[in-house]
Design a protein. Structure first.
Length: 129
């Protein structure tokens, strides 16, 4: 699964993001010979094998952040949800067709980038870069 849309949205909102991924299985692509179809049990097995390592990694990241970074990170502003809804409604009225098209292109580009990065990663893993 891609985390790119979430990261793009968080960045747009001014948030700092740390993203971790655990690769659980190989992607089976059309034309792959002898490859079995991916299944949920395979994913759960991989997660089970790596869960302790991932927990340790997250704990270490939190330790380092607590020691070195948390004091430097600015507090996020308090969000007034009603104000945010009102602002969104006002902006929605002001959006032109060209702006809508531009946003759609941006979202398509983000999704495409995720697919391309995934495809490149698969080729590197397979050794066919």
């Amino acid at each position: 699964m891609s985390t790119i849309p979430e990261v793009v949205t968080a960045h747009y909102c001014g948030m700092q993001v740390l993203c971790l991924s655990l690769i659980t299985n190989k992607v089976v692509m059309e034309g792959d010979e002898g490859a079995s179809v991916a299944n949920h049990a395979e994913v759960l097995e991989a997660v089970g094998k790596r869960s302790v390592q991932m927990q340790g990694l997250v704990k270490k990241i939190i330790e380092v952040l607590n020691r070195n970074m948390l004091e430097k990170i600015k507090e996020l502003p308090i969000v007034d949800l009603q104000k945010a809804v009102d602002q969104h409604e006002q902006e929605k009225k002001e959006v032109t067709s060209a702006e809508k098209f531009g946003l759609e292109i941006l979202l398509i580009a983000a999704a495409t980038l995720g697919a391309v990065v995934g495809s490149i990663a698969i080729k590197i893993i397979r050794g066919s870069h």
